[in-house]
Design a protein around this ligand. Sequence first.
Ligand code: FES
Ligand code: FES
Length: 214
Amino acid sequence: MTKNDHAKLIESSPNGLTRRDLIKGVIVGGVAVSSASYLFRASTLLSQSARGTGERLLTMNVNGQQRRADVMKQETLAWTLRHKLGLTGTKLGCDRAECGSCTVLIDGVPHYSCSVLTHTVRDKKVLTIEGLASPDGRLHPVQQGVIDEQGFQCAFCMPGFIMSAVAFLETNANPTRSELAQGLSGNLCRCQDYDKILTAMMRGAENLRRASRA
Ligand code: FES
Ligand code: FES
């Protein structure tokens, strides 16, 4: 059907609907479809997470330990960490590689775990916020920086920021404030608490330098 045919069909609608009514209907329908696809995605993931539906047993190195989990081939690392391994320190914000809340280190490199398939990390080392403190319970210097400066408001974004900062400071141990801000630009804070966060991360960098000199 051509564009003109389509327009004629709408204009000659027999049930008294105006062109505007029809267009409105299409828009509302479109919203319903996009909401449905979002819900469908969540419910699909939930239903597929039921044991036995295409899962394979996988062993992976998380926080220095060999961990085993039944994993679907389309399952994300964030999902496995939170729902299969109980490591809920890794947060899920957008679940689409935009906010950085789910940041973990894979072989020392920060990644959005919501956008990494779990089976791809089989031979790699995953570090989450739970693995940062020393075995004796001493906090990582960057974590200590957050406490020292009382950074973060609700702290939902905090694990992601800390993991990104830890990785960045490996490449630049003595950054300026703006270099560190640039290094953390892949992380978003819904409370918009960026100034305090940066102060806490700068303190973390200082703590880390002091610890490495000791
Ligand atoms: S939850 Fe992964 S980037 Fe937002
Ligand atoms: S402190 Fe609330 S989201 Fe960052």
